[in-house]
Design a protein. Sequence first.
Length: 115
Amino acid sequence: VQLVESGGGLVQPGGSLRLSCVASGFPFSLYAMTWYRQAPGKERELVAFISSAGGLTTYADSVKGRFTISRDNAKRTGYLQMNSLKPEDTAVYFCNVKRLDYTYWGQGTQVTVSS
């Protein structure tokens, strides 16, 4: 079982990034997916959620209207499109998948928003 995030990096305020989360070793299409983030000295927080088939999405208030979660089950990949980035979006971003009692985490990807 593996979840591998990519797409993080350093971006200026107002910029955009797209994070990817590639899954292997389990039936990705049956699992709901959530992006979390954790900033230094802070607790991990939920950023966005998408159901297994992609028909339901929810967002933290802090990212609504700026971030979009999506998935391509044929490619076993989930995405987080992040626009209008702010310095307070700086964090390590993690993807998580969950189905019943099964949950898996990726290793995280660093996003830094700074001028």
